[in-house]
Structure formats: C-alpha cells, structure tokens
Design a protein around this ligand. Structure first.
Ligand code: ZN
Ligand code: ZN
Length: 362
C-alpha cells in the first residue's frame, strides 16, 4: 500500500477532511491512474450530504483524468504513461446488461467498501462510485478508463467522464433524437448544457432551454439553445410550445433533480415524444403522472443513467468533436482549485452556478 492524499468524508454534511490514506497496488485487470484533474459533480455533493446513504468514511470524486502510472496483471491495451479519462462506469462485461450493450446498468455487484482504499491506520474506507477520485491517485478497473490524446487538456478531459457523456449520451443514445426533431431541455446546469449541445450535434431543429435563471438561459444559447423559457413563468410549457410552433417536443430531457420538473415534463411533449429522466432526486422522492395521457398519445417516460454510453465507443468520438471545435468543454469550466481548497470549491458549486469547478493536481 502507498500513502496518498485524499479528501475524506467522515460525517455526512460536514466538510471533507484532507488526510493521508492508503492505496493498494492494482490487482488483476486494474490500473493505477495518477490524477491531473477531477471535477466536482452534484452527485458528489449529494453523496457527501447523505442524500443516497452509503458507507463512511468515504472518498467521493468520479470525473477524473490523468496518466496511467501502474498496470495490474491481465490489463490489455493500456501501458504506463497513457493519458486517460476515468469514469465511474464499472462493468463486468458479461452480465445480461453488459452483453446487451448497456454497461452503465451492469448487474454484477461490486464491493466498494473493501476496495483499494484504506484509512492511514488500516481501517475501511469506501471507494465511492468505484472511483474515489478526490485523491492524488485512483486504482480502477481497466473497463472504467478510456485513452485520450496525450496533449489534451486534462481539466477539459475530466468533464467528459460524467457530465458530458450523461447529457450528450441521453440525447443520442436514450432519446435517439434524429436530425430535424425538436428538443426541450429542463435545467441549464452542467448536465443540461451538455444535453443542449448534444441536441445541437444530433441536428435538432429547435432546442428550448428551460431554467429558473435568465443568466443560465443566456449561457444555454451559447451551447446551442435556440430558445429560452423561464421556469418561473406560469405554465412554462406554454412558452416552449409557442417556440415549437404550437407542437410539443419530440424529446424532453429532465436534467435537474427537482420533482416539479419531473411532473411537468410530459406537458412539453409532442404526441409520440419521449421524456428522458436524467436528474437524480433524493431517495424516496416521488412524482405523479397522468398515465392515461401518456397511453393515449403514445408518449414515453424513460430513465437514462450516464447517457447509456459505452465509454469505449462514445468517448473517442466526443473527444474528436471537441478537437474539431464542435463540442464545448473548456467553456464548461468555471473555476480551478487545489485539493486543499475542495470545500471552497464545493461551496461554490452549491451556489448553483451552471458550470463545473475542477480540482487540478500538481
Ligand atoms: Zn457526476
Ligand atoms: Zn455487467
């Protein structure tokens, strides 16, 4: 075991504690990645607040990029020195979901409590989301990483591994939006902006952003939204329908966790349209629908985890689009912080800013 520095959650709702922890060398099929950047995602904050339970102490962090610094036995296709993004999508490769092309919903349980992390005195330390990337290094399964160009900015690359694949993937893989169709994106935060640029990339005719903040609607336009509607308006779906020529949207992407957004989403849909649930409300929260409407006009409500991506298939094309100037990543970064500043960076993210704060190492 080697000593590394990590930001540890010891109590839900309390600040993270920077401490030395122990990291095991990569086992069979695993790699060690020395991180250059890790972004702060709202999921990290929900976990640290205790919204979804989980073991403590724990290390969160799951939007990371760095350099492969050690490879375990049986690793194929990666060598020390490779630049990679690290994702939380740990998949076995052989369960029905993986075999069916949906590794994001892999059915094989994975023990994160007895993973590669231990506290300095050898106690249990949860490698949350199979990553534990609020740390100088991670040890993860080789299926969780994807190679990136060596010269690619790692702070931009880190964003791809969660917010970007979740938003763009939900449009392309879950909603399967076709060129010429209309999209409504509820929430113009980190994932919402990526759903918006995903819809632009997919060739959407019109893209309506819906958000509580006029400032975020303005940012949404820079990412490809053709119209903006304030969610604070009375019946905001009326404004969206007006923008869509009186018809609803072929796809509605719900990128926030607020229950009213889930309950209102079907109102934005055209006949035959589908609403994709991406945002993650706290456990136990419930939404109400009028099923007869959905049944009568053939609308769909589907959930999408991590954009239903196959990272080895989807991340390389997204990186190409970034390098061609067609996918915005640098513009998603609002601030850069050191690991020691992580609690300030989290506090800043809590203010509801649209973009991502990134911890950069070294
Ligand atoms: Zn995330
Ligand atoms: Zn699996």
């Amino acid at each position: 075991m080697q000593k590394i520095k990590a930001a540890v959650c010891r109590e839900f709702g309390a600040p993270l504690v920077i401490e030395e922890v122990l990291l095991a060398p990569p086992a069979m099929g695993e790699v060690e990645v020395t991180l250059d950047a890790v972004a702060i995602c709202h999921s990290d904050i929900s976990f640290a607040d205790g919204a979804w339970g989980g073991h403590l102490p724990a290390v969160y962090g799951h939007e990371a990029a760095g350099i492969v610094s050690a490879v375990g036995a049986g690793v194929q296709g990666f060598v020390e020195g490779d630049a990679v993004v690290v994702t939380l999508i740990r998949s076995c490769g052989s369960c029905p979901s993986c075999a069916g092309g949906k590794p994001t919903i892999c059915e094989t349980p994975h023990d994160t409590v007895n993973g590669p992390l231990k506290t300095a005195d050898g106690g249990a330390l949860e490698q949350a989301m199979a990553c534990g990337a609020f740390a100088e290094k991670v040890v993860v399964d080789q299926r969780q990483i994807v190679k990136i160009p060596a010269d690619m900015r790692r702070d931009a690359a880190a964003l791809v591994s969660c917010g970007v694949i979740t938003g763009v993937g939900a449009v392309v893989n879950a909603a399967q939006l076709r060129p010429g169709q209309d999209a409504v994106v509820i929430g113009a935060g980190g994932v919402g902006l990526n759903a918006i640029q995903g819809a632009r990339i997919a060739g959407a005719r019109r893209i309506v952003a819906v958000d509580m903040s006029a400032e975020k609607l303005e940012i949404a336009r820079a990412f490809g939204a053709t119209h903006g509607v304030l969610a604070t308006e009375d019946k905001p779906w009326k404004g969206a329908q007006a923008a869509l020529g009186g018809r609803g949207a072929d796809a509605v992407l719900i990128t926030v966790g607020a229950i009213p957004a889930f309950e209102q989403a079907p109102r934005y849909l055209a006949r035959g349209g589908r609403a994709v649930m991406i945002g993650m409300p706290h456990s136990g929260a419930k939404a109400a629908y009028e099923p007869v409407v959905l049944a009568a006009v053939g609308q769909g409500l589907i959930g999408s985890k991590m954009g239903d991506v196959v990272i080895q298939r989807d991340i390389p094309w997204m990186i190409d689009l970034y390098q061609q100037g067609r996918l915005k990543l640098d513009e998603l970064i609002s601030g850069r912080w050191t690991l020691e500043q992580i609690n300030e960076a989290i506090a800043d993210t809590r203010t509801g800013s649209a973009k991502r704060n990134v911890i950069v190492f070294g």
